[in-house]
Write a protein that binds this ligand. Structure first.
Ligand code: GCV
Length: 672
């Protein structure tokens, strides 16, 4: 069975060629022949893709030829030395009955084919097609938080597609379908195991498990994707029997070198290691009085001879922080831990920085670490899986949130120092640049649980390839590919575009965050978050709420930004209101620019948020009969859940603040 064929519409996602597309007779003729100048695994994936689409569009499989004078699609490497293409880039140009799809490399050819089909299936006129497209980010990564038990940490779409019962699964067809989906949005690196590396996953780098890992790498390779592994910093002890994991110990160094050799013998194009160290009880260099540069560089040395990289996460903080001490601040942690180490990391070490200083809340400022380390490779980390954003039961299209991060101007080198320009490596002329994100994929039929959450996976890839695309353009593209070009598509686009604001309205006001039930993080509990066990992290009392992060009277966090940004956040008047309570402790009676007090804003947004979820449902109902029943029903089920849950959020949050303050809702609505 060919990858992706004969499965449901939910499964086929945005690559459902059965949807049909129209081509002129002339273009149909072109699609009936494919000429390739060389054979390779990646090129044969590209050919397969054209074949699948052609069968639907022109009703037959194209001939695959070495050469012809008849109309055809040509797939090849761009040999023009003056061409504008960079690695992974491609061009698609029509010239006298031939569509030339040229890549700078084989990935480029494959991406060119996916783009060509995207153009066709979104109804673009390809008569004079002329596209040159290059990646804005060279590392375009997905991080899986999959455990070998089959469970996925923060996974909301079933079990792992890689593991079951502490083994790598034998059948590779679903993994191949996944690689194809990922390649279609130009992903070129995938970490296949959780950054919290437990007993079994520690062994993935061992000779016993490598043959299984190799099988996955072999599948990924066909789609131009490199495989990476998360490693356990204490592996030399847990796996190697050493009595230390000290990064400066000679035996430890030798052990990692040997391990790297074994890995590359099995997987010559292995990407490298992803590391979570000294955070949330994971082992790391701190145990030995070493710093993160010592730890990362030791691994960097081991991978260097093979061209591998170390991606070291900056999500390092003390999760047992005593929040009663108001001078301590978790938001400072990444910056405080890493900024002093700027310039100390090897060239093949990259720091991976979460978009916000805390942890993937629906609203956070941008991490001040972006741009704070000009002599260090930095990439951004996003969370596609909806841990704090509705767990794929609620609709929450996250591309607008991510775009906000990438477009944010840090001003560290004057105007134009956007996060995008920092993480793509341009601003500081860094060797490596890119973006990573935590997958929302599981073995659910729809891959993502909520069918509309596919837009987040799709949108992530499209956005990091081309950071100039707007969230709305990406949404439209996804809708057209998933549902076909149809009247009514704008309704789905508008549902997606509003969804983040709606979610924010009925959950966490003005940047305060964290009001979730402990551990699983689903549903409202204003004081519930597990790592705030010492008290409340939002400091709400009868008079005020919010965290004072100013230099003048608070934790001093604002000073971690470039001066103009620091000043903006420091001052209540200039601080963007959606982040007001992130930066300031404010009285409930403080009047916002809308003319409403903070307490009234909390009440109003929570009522309004629920109303807007009802509107989402109305919009969706109006699409009945216009889209596949399977998707229609699955989304409707989730919208019902969202209505019920948003009411719970509204009631829990409003009543909490009503009881704290005793202040009545101006509109005298019932607060439970
Ligand atoms: C993989 C948060 C999540 C954890 C996750 C961690 C991380 O704390 O709740 O599940 O662990 O972030 O990013 O390492």
């Amino acid at each position: 069975m060919e990858a992706g064929v004969s499965k449901s519409v939910l499964y086929k996602c945005w690559l459902n060629y059965d949807r049909g597309a129209k081509l002129s007779k002339e273009n149909g003729e072109i699609l009936s022949r494919i000429v390739t100048e060389k054979e390779s695994e990646i090129i044969s994936s590209a050919v397969k893709e054209l074949e699948m689409a052609a069968q639907n569009i022109i009703g037959r499989k194209p001939e695959v030829l070495k050469e012809t004078n008849l109309p055809h699609v040509f797939l090849g490497i761009d040999k023009d030395e003056k061409s504008d293409l960079i690695d992974n880039g491609f061009s698609i140009k029509k010239d006298k009955g031939v569509v030339n799809i040229l890549g700078k490399d084989e990935n480029g050819i494959l991406y060119g084919v996916f783009e060509f089909l995207r153009q066709i299936y979104t109804g673009k006129n390809i008569d004079n097609i002329n596209i040159v497209d290059n990646p804005k980010n060279m590392l375009r990564m997905i991080n899986h938080w999959d455990n070998m038990s089959g469970d996925i940490e923060r996974g909301y779409a079933g079990q792992s597609i890689f593991y079951k019962d502490n083994c790598v699964i034998d059948k590779m067809d679903r993994i191949e379908d996944y690689a194809r989906l990922a390649a279609s949005i130009f992903i070129n690196g995938i970490v296949i195991n959780n950054v919290n590396v437990h007993q079994y996953e520690t062994k993935l780098i061992s000779c016993e498990y490598l043959p299984k890992v190799k099988k996955i790498a072999d599948v990924f390779r066909k789609y131009g994707i490199k495989l990476y592994l998360s490693i356990n910093f204490a592996a030399p002890m847990e796996l190697g029997g050493l009595n230390t994991a000290d990064p400066l110990d000679a035996e430890v160094k030798a052990w990692w070198k040997k391990t790297a050799e074994n890995i590359y013998r099995s997987i010559p194009d292995f990407g490298g290691f992803l590391v979570k160290a000294d955070s949330e009880f994971r082992p790391g260099p701190f145990t030995y009085g070493r710093d993160h540069a010592d730890g990362a560089n030791m691994l960097g040395e081991a991978l260097e001879p093979f061209g591998g990289i170390v991606i070291w996460r900056c999500f390092v903080y003390n999760c047992l922080l005593d929040w009663r001490d108001r001078t301590k601040d978790r938001a400072r942690a990444a910056y405080d831990n890493f900024k002093p180490l700027d310039g100390k990391f090897k060239d093949n070490v990259i720091l991976q920085v979460k978009n916000g200083p805390m942890d993937f809340q629906i609203r956070e400022p941008i991490s001040p670490l972006f741009g704070a380390m000009p002599n260090t490779n930095e990439i951004a980390e996003f969370e596609i899986t909806q841990e704090y954003t509705g767990q794929q039961k609620h609709l929450c299209y996250l591309v607008p949130l991510w775009k906000e991060t990438l477009d944010f101007d840090t001003l560290v080198e004057g105007k134009g120092s956007t996060v995008s320009e920092i993480v793509n490596g341009n601003l500081f002329k860094r060797k490596y640049g890119g973006v990573a994100a935590v997958s929302n994929i599981g073995n659910d039929e729809s891959w993502t649980g909520h069918p509309l959450a596919q837009a987040n996976f799709y949108g992530y890839g499209r956005m990091i390839w081309d950071t100039t695309l707007s969230a709305e353009e990406i949404a439209k593209e996804w809708v057209e590919l998933t549902f076909g070009v149809f009247e009514g598509e704008d309704k789905i686009v508008s549902m997606l575009m509003q969804s983040r604001d709606i979610y924010e309205e009925y959950t966490c006001p003005l940047g305060i965050g964290w009001m979730v039930n402990p551990n699983h993080h689903y549903g409202p509990s204003v004081d519930g978050y597990e790592y705030a066990a010492w008290g409340t992290y939002h400091y709400a009392d009868f008079r005020s709420l919010g965290v004072d992060r100013t230099v003048k009277t608070g934790t001093g966090y604002t000073a971690e930004y470039a001066k103009p940004i620091a000043d903006m956040y420091e001052n209540v008047e200039t601080c963007p209101e959606e982040l007001l309570l992130f930066f300031h402790n404010m009285e409930y009676k403080y009047v916002l620019k809308s003319g409403k007090t903070i307490i009234q804003h909390i009440y109003d947004t929570h009522f309004e948020g629920v109303e807007r979820v009802y509107d989402l449902k109305e919009k969706w109902l109006s699409l009945k009969g216009k889209i596949d029943d399977e998707i229609f029903d699955a989304v409707l089920d989730r919208l019902e859940i969202q209505i019920k849950d948003s009411k719970e959020w509204r009631d829990v949050v409003n009543s909490y603040f009503y009881r704290k303050t005793g202040i009545q809702d101006e509109h005298k609505r019932k607060i439970y």
